[in-house]
Ligand binder design. Structure first.
Ligand SMILES: Cc1cc2nc3c(=O)[nH]c(=O)nc-3n(C[C@H](O)[C@H](O)[C@H](O)COP(=O)(O)OP(=O)(O)OC[C@H]3O[C@@H](n4cnc5c(N)ncnc54)[C@H](O)[C@@H]3O)c2cc1C
Length: 317
């Protein structure tokens, strides 16, 4: 049976939902081995959080170089493991860090690379959505190991319980991968809301908020949702760019997406169109996003959201 190597992704010290997603995508190709990179002394604890997804085995590599030297050290370790294992495919989460790592690894092992896949077939043929989601492309790597980055929230994660066999692998990171050192880094300030790309429910605001996100945030909080924003709202400085949903922002695929005062430009749709249920609140009945909506409310968001918020709160036990 072919082996698929995934680079396990962590939020803090815990395996992320994206790890389960890439494991699910990988299991279609072969047996999944997760590579867990961690600072010295933290590998076993991180590997112990691999409890969901079709993961058969975990390889733990401990080195303080990963935190100190970031992408180059990570790519160095991943390339060494690929050379040792010769997997059929290597899957990495398609965030900025993952794509940078995958690109370097492809150079190191002289393989082709495909980024932003949204689906992978058993023969490693990938599906990508390009031009803001308007065109679907199928492609396959023709040289070397298939190195593929997978967009978060596009593969339905299989949360099957797992308890992978753990192997510790001693590796040393080459001096040339340590030429830049991270002197300090600040984790993003976390509010009480769930992470946008991991959230089950996302409530987003656009230009229609006119810069006042209070009603959007209150509604999000009543549902335990994350808050998203259109680029019009982030460009205007009304909401942080880290919350932007769309082609140049984040891709979300929650169970419920509520768009408030967002017209539905193709670039916004690209980041949310795979949401399971889409609710649109817009005062313009001709707003293009209504075409995607499962439920639509034609109305002023400042009139619709407060009673909706109260309604949700009233129904809570
Ligand atoms: C290369 C490129 C990349 C881009 N990437 C992204 C991206 O990642 N994400 C993104 O979102 N956009 C992106 N854009 C921008 C995109 O084209 C749109 O300009 C943007 O999405 C519009 O945001 P909006 O819907 O909030 O604003 P608008 O298009 O101005 O729509 C505002 C809507 O609010 C409604 N409205 C107004 N007041 C109210 C009210 N009180 N109650 C209810 N409804 C109200 C209006 O009827 C209107 O439909 C990109 C553009 C380019 C060229």
């Amino acid at each position: 049976m072919s082996t698929v190597l995934i680079l396990a992704d962590f939020v803090g010290e815990k395996a992320s939902k994206s790890t389960v997603e890439i494991a699910t995508a990988g299991a279609v190709i072969g047996e999944v081995t997760a590579l867990v990179l961690a600072p010295v002394g933290k590998g076993a604890a991180r590997a112990a959080t691999l409890v969901h997804g079709p993961i058969a085995k975990a390889i733990v590599v401990e080195s303080d170089d990963f935190d100190k030297h970031g992408v180059p050290a990570t790519a160095d370790a991943l390339a060494q493991v690929i050379t040792k294992m010769q997997p059929a495919a290597v899957l990495v989460v398609s965030h900025a860090f993952g794509k940078e790592v995958a690109g370097r690894v492809a150079m190191k092992v002289q393989s082709g690379i495909i980024t932003d896949a949204v689906a992978i077939a058993a023969d490693c043929t990938t599906t990508q959505l390009v031009f803001g989601g308007s065109t679907t492309v199928h492609s396959k790597i023709s040289h070397g190991v298939s190195i593929i980055t997978v967009r978060p929230n596009t593969v339905t994660a299989d949360f099957v319980t797992c308890s992978p066999a753990i192997e510790t692998l001693p590796l040393s990171i080459a001096e040339k991968s340590k030429l830049a050192t991270i002197t300090s880094s600040q984790p993003p300030v976390k509010g009480g809301r769930p992470e946008l790309t991991e959230a089950n429910i996302v409530v987003s605001g656009g230009r229609g908020t006119n810069g006042d996100f209070t009603a959007v945030e209150n509604f999000a909080d009543s549902l335990g949702a994350a808050v998203g924003a259109s680029r019009a709202a982030t460009d205007a400085g009304w909401y942080p760019h880290s919350h932007q949903v769309g082609q140049t922002g984040k891709t979300v695929s929650p169970t419920l997406y509520v768009a408030c005062g967002i017209s539905g430009a193709i670039q916004h749709r690209a980041g949310m169109q795979t949401s399971k249920t889409i609710v649109v609140i817009n005062k313009d009945p001709e707003a293009p996003l209504f075409e995607l909506a499962d439920f639509g409310v034609v109305g002023d968001l400042f009139a619709v959201l407060p009673p909706a918020t109260e309604g949700v709160k009233a129904r809570k036990p």
